[in-house]
Design a protein. Structure first.
Lengths: 245, 392
């Protein structure tokens, strides 16, 4: 569903910084793939390249059969993207926001689809409230509804629980699990180990733009000799630092 | 087209819920500007009435007989000499006892009351001169009008309607462009810089729509807002002026004589100018990273555009082919030429085509900027424009 090969991104501002360095991974339908790494590891840059917001300098990325540089519109049509900031238009109501994205994505009956999602995500009580007056949890619900309005087979979630309280984060994680059960391919970036441990079928540890490990959690446990993901993460990062030194 | 309409609908909905847009693009053109015009005219009329009621104070140094004739009401005697005139305690100073036999009237043209004193004094002095010449002619045994200069009667062939039309032909294009540009600034800053500052553009750009459609939707929103404001302002100003004219018993504001094919074409060129201005304003706004910087850039574009339109006020510049290709100025000249009936359809069509080309080029370049990755996540401001960035 998602196949990434040798993806590299350099920024020139003003010295050259390699934000993502030869990253490769594969994520199947009906699975959650976690990109795990500290701030500045290159998670967001990788996800932005997959969402066609950034162009890779090297490598290829294919999502639902569409390559990011050759068919960016095809890629955009097959992904639902949720970033750290919810990106909602403050002067639109929750329902208008969802309907707008339904129209933008070419959904045939935007109002009906909007009603469905309002019902599904429990947005009804605040559907007519402007987005700039919604609480963080409400905004996150609208943001998810916006992202899945065109029923995309792939979800790209960039630290979606950042800044959410426990209850809202919990309901969000339930949604991610539900998306996997529906057969979607979910690419999920986080620096919260417990979330990755709970959700991910496969985890890639990203550090300074490079993937240090990419496997299922049991396999990573076996390779590192540690039980908890936090210890596994520290193990691989420390090993990489030792090798660099 | 579906995506353009979706973006347009959303942008219009947001724009008309924004207090700044409502203020600058709706309230000001429809209410404030006509109200200011009405107030200014009322103030001028009031001032004229006050001057009319005040008796001008004059000091006259002349033989007693002449002084008696000149000092008839409403003129009243004053004193204090030149110092009093300068201190606004006297409105005119007449000296008719000079060695050369001439009469000098000193007054201040900046004061209405003083100006009125001069007019009255000159009228009376003219009468006295004619009377003296008649008396001299009679004494010489000549007909009474023998020494009088031949009367000169000037008749303005243009007529009042034509004079009013000429004034309107200069003012209307400038007023229309001013309203259009001012009303475009806020929606454009909102849909370009505002969206970038709030970080909402990222979510739109991830949708499966081409970049040009996003740009087109935004430009159309600002253009429609600007055109609505301009039309609303024109109707409100016309109604205000008509009201004032009917108070004075005039009927100078009949639109019938103005209507022509050329005027229709010029209005078409003006309609195309709205997205052209929006497109180029958008290009200048795109690199702005804050709302404040966006406002600075919008003001810069407005000043530049109005500078191009100002030549339509210069009487010696005639509308024609040379002006047709000038952005903004061409449209102003086309409107002026069409109102005055001085311009054929050809140059006006060229102006329309230039505006259309500006829209296309602006949209193309805007789409290219939006496609640049460093636009969203980096510093896309060219160095030569960086000084506009707040805090740099």
């Amino acid at each position: 569903m998602i196949e990434v090969r040798g993806l590299t991104k350099r920024f020139h501002s003003p010295r050259v910084v390699t934000a993502v360095d030869d990253v490769s991974f594969r994520c199947e339908a009906g699975a959650i793939f976690g990109l795990l790494g500290p701030n500045g590891a290159g998670k967001t840059t990788t996800l932005r390249m997959l969402a066609t917001l950034l162009a890779p300098d090297e490598g290829t990325a294919t999502l639902s059969g569409c390559e990011v540089r050759q068919d960016p519109t095809g890629v955009r049509g097959s992904i639902g993207y949720v970033s750290t900031t919810t990106g909602l238009y403050g002067r639109l109501t929750a329902r208008e926001m969802i309907t707008y994205f339904a129209r933008l994505q070419g959904v045939t009956e935007p109002r009906r689809r909007s009603d469905e999602l309002v019902e599904r995500f429990g947005i009804g009580p605040f559907a007519h409230v402007r987005c700039d007056r919604l609480s963080t949890g409400m905004r996150q619900k609208v943001s998810i509804a916006r992202a899945v309005v065109h029923d995309p087979p792939i979800l790209i979630l960039d630290e979606p629980t950042s800044g959410l309280d426990v209850m809202v984060a919990r309901s969000f994680l339930e949604f991610v699990e539900q998306a996997r059960d529906e057969g979607r391919c979910v690419l999920f970036s986080t620096h919260i180990m417990s979330e990755a441990e709970r959700l991910c079928d496969r985890v890639a540890i990203l550090h300074q733009g490079r993937i240090l490990a990419d496997d299922t959690l049991p396999a990573l446990r076996e390779a590192s000799g540690h039980r908890y993901l936090e210890d596994i993460f520290v193990h691989f990062v420390q090993t990489a630092r030792d090798e660099d030194a | 087209m579906r995506a353009v309409l979706a973006v347009l609908g959303k942008e219009l909905r947001e724009a008309f819920r924004d207090a700044n847009v409502l203020l600058y693009s709706v309230a000001f053109p429809l209410l404030l500007y006509p109200l200011l015009l009405w107030g200014a005219v009322q103030l001028l009329m009031l001032q004229a009435g006050v001057v009319e009621q005040q008796a001008p104070r004059v000091e006259i140094h002349a033989p007693a007989a002449l002084m008696e004739v000149l000092l008839e009401p409403p003129l009243t005697p004053g004193g204090g000499g030149l110092g009093a005139l300068q201190a606004d305690e006297l409105d005119a100073l007449v000296e008719a006892d000079g060695a050369d036999g001439g009469v000098t009237v000193k007054y201040r043209s900046t004061r209405g009351r003083s100006e009125r004193a001069r007019e009255l004094l000159e009228e009376r002095l003219d009468d006295q001169r004619d009377l003296a010449l008649e008396q001299l002619a009679v004494a010489a045994g000549l007909p009474t009008d023998a020494l009088c200069p031949w009367p000169i009667l000037s008749i303005d062939d243009a007529g009042r309607e034509r004079v009013a039309l000429d004034a309107l032909a200069r003012v209307i294009p400038l007023l229309a462009l001013l309203t259009l540009i001012i009303s475009i600034i806020y929606p454009m800053v909102e849909v370009i810089t505002g969206e970038r500052e709030r970080g909402t553009l990222e979510t739109t750009l991830v949708a499966a729509v081409p970049r040009w459609a996003v740009v087109a939707g935004k430009l159309l929103c600002a253009s429609i807002t600007g055109l609505l404001a301009m039309v609303g302002n024109a109707v409100a100003v016309w109604a205000t002026l008509s009201g004032l004219a009917s108070e004075g018993g005039d009927g100078l504001l009949a639109l019938g004589p103005l209507l022509s094919v050329e005027l229709g074409l010029a209005v078409g060129a003006l309609v195309l100018l709205a997205p052209a201005i929006a497109a180029w304003m958008g290009l200048v706004l795109l690199p702005a990273r804050s709302f404040e910087s966006g406002q600075n850039r919008g003001t810069l574009v407005m000043t530049f555009a109005l500078a191009l339109a100002v030549p339509c006020l210069i009487p010696s510049l005639e509308p024609g082919w040379a002006w047709a290709a000038v952005p903004v100025g061409g449209t102003a000249m086309a409107l002026r030429g069409a109102i005055m009936g001085q311009l054929s359809a050809g140059p006006i069509l060229l102006t329309g085509l230039v505006n259309l080309a500006l829209v296309g080029l602006g949209m193309f370049l805007g789409g290219r900027v939006l496609s640049r990755e460093d636009y969203l996540f980096g510093h896309a401001t060219p160095r030569w424009l960086a000084w506009l960035e707040h805090g740099r």
